[in-house]
Design a protein around this ligand. Structure first.
Ligand SMILES: Nc1ncnc2c1ncn2[C@@H]1O[C@H](COP(=O)(O)OP(=O)(O)OP(=O)(O)O)[C@@H](O)[C@H]1O
Ligand SMILES: [Mg+2]
Length: 411
């Protein structure tokens, strides 16, 4: 399915079946003394692991629902105090579109269902496919609001050339195209990174220029002058490309840039340079709210990725390990490789929050400008899954630069 249809499907809301009788009015808000919607103490990341293959199921150990009297129009539901069981006139809240547009049907989002719908002039509408339902669930997770206003994701690996930059752009483009707020990808390579090769550049400005002129940035338009924007709406802040630059981008430089970006963007994805010991890495890790660890589907790639987790565990970043999403990059569907991908996935799933396989894709292999519309369906769906998993973490408030603990010395 082309990306434009995924986007269209994202905006599609299932219309209700025709109503046999007048629908009940919307349920009243819960009683103030009823159970709060969110648990006060979030379980740790590894207990919040989400299934990547199927929509989340309701917990089986749910408390038994008490039989409740059916709400009557104009009457409050069962939790109302006895002296409040008085007639209440309808309010504007009761005028929902479900009530007033009972026959309105959304066009099925693709395949033979849409063909049947069109051929019958809208008279026959076959229910949504499970793929559509799953896609809609992913999109709604991708649109999770960012608690605290800013969230930083570091995309990293010990090994070079495994697909970090590609994963950073795929994740960023998917988030940016489906969210209403601003998403930026920053090239955190200490020297010339390749993030800027993935978009059509609108400016020659780099992260160093923003660093030097950050005192002049007072509005979004000021920071936008340093970025390039892809058709997906993802903005990119490029790294230094000047061969004459002899000073590496440092951890302090990263902190300074991050403190500017947190005011203008909701999500910041940092494409890290290879390795964990380079100059900017202390700043990136200290500020990261979550990491995406990229690995090739090979023995040496996976060992190196697992060693990255060992290193992070040993340097007080255990929370980032447990909250990590692992990307197995460029997985060939009919590969003759003997690597057992299920075992590989199990290994990382036991250590981290989730694992996503991004298939091998000819558009990505080109290494040129990234276009969501040119991706294979399976690749686009893998990025949807990755973006939904990352967005699940947006409910955890991010750390403003001022509050970040001083970096753990890298050794
Ligand atoms: N899913 C994929 N399918 C096919 N090719 C891919 C895929 N992902 C990445 N590649 C290829 O792998 C190459 C390296 O990817 P990328 O530049 O993202 O890796 P990297 O880890 O950022 O490298 P570096 O360590 O140099 O920064 C890309 O040029 C691209 O051709
Ligand atoms: Mg790279």
């Amino acid at each position: 399915m082309p990306w434009s249809e995924v986007r269209a499907a994202a905006d599609y809301e299932a219309a209700p079946e025709p109503l046999a009788a007048a629908p009940a009015l919307p349920a009243q808000p819960p009683h103030p003394q009823s159970r709060p919607a969110q648990p006060l103490h979030q379980p740790p990341w590894h207990q919040q692991r989400l299934e990547t293959q199927s929509p989340p199921q309701a917990p089986s150990a749910r408390p038994q629902a008490q039989p409740q009297p059916q709400p009557q129009p104009g009457w409050r539901a069962a939790e109302a105090e006895p002296d409040e069981l008085a007639y209440r006139p309808p309010t504007s809240e009761s005028l929902t579109s479900d009530l007033l547009l009972p026959g309105k049907r959304a066009t099925p989002d693709g395949g033979w269902r849409r063909a049947v719908y069109r051929a019958t002039g809208g008279l026959v509408r076959v229910g949504e496919s499970s793929a559509s339902v799953r896609r809609r669930d992913l999109v709604s997770r991708i649109r999770t609001p960012v608690a605290g206003g800013h969230h930083r994701v570091a995309v990293l690996s010990l090994k070079g050339g495994v697909g970090k930059t590609t994963a950073a752009v795929g994740l960023g483009a998917t988030l940016a195209s489906l969210r209403g707020d601003r998403v930026i990808a920053v090239d955190g390579n200490p020297d010339r990174g390749t993030l800027s090769d993935k978009v059509h550049l609108q400016t020659r400005a780099t992260i160093r220029d923003l660093l030097n002129e950050r005192a002049l940035v007072a509005r979004y338009a000021d920071v936008r002058a340093f970025t390039s924007q892809a058709p997906s709406r993802l903005e990119i802040l490029a790294s230094d490309r000047d061969p004459g630059v002899s000073v590496a981008f440092s951890a302090d430089d990263y902190r300074a840039v991050a403190s500017v970006l947190e005011h203008y963007y909701s999500v910041c994805i940092t494409d890290c340079g290879t390795g964990l010991l380079h100059s900017a890495m202390a700043g990136i890790l200290e500020l990261a709210d979550q990491i995406v660890l990229v690995s090739s589907p090979s023995v040496d790639g996976a060992r190196s990725a697992s060693a990255t987790l060992d290193w992070l565990d040993a340097h007080s970043y255990g929370d980032l390990v447990r909250g990590a999403v692992v990307v197995l990059s460029a997985v060939r569907p009919r590969s003759r490789s003997g690597v057992d991908l299920d075992r590989l996935e199990q290994h990382f799933a036991a250590r981290c929050r989730a694992v996503v396989r991004v298939p091998y894709d000819t558009h990505l292999e080109e290494g040129a400008e990234f276009e969501l519309d040119y991706l294979d369906t399976s690749t686009a769906e893998a990025y949807l899954t990755l973006a939904a998993l990352v967005a699940d973490g947006f409910t955890r408030p991010g750390r403003p630069v001022a509050d970040a603990a001083p970096g753990v010395p890298l050794a």
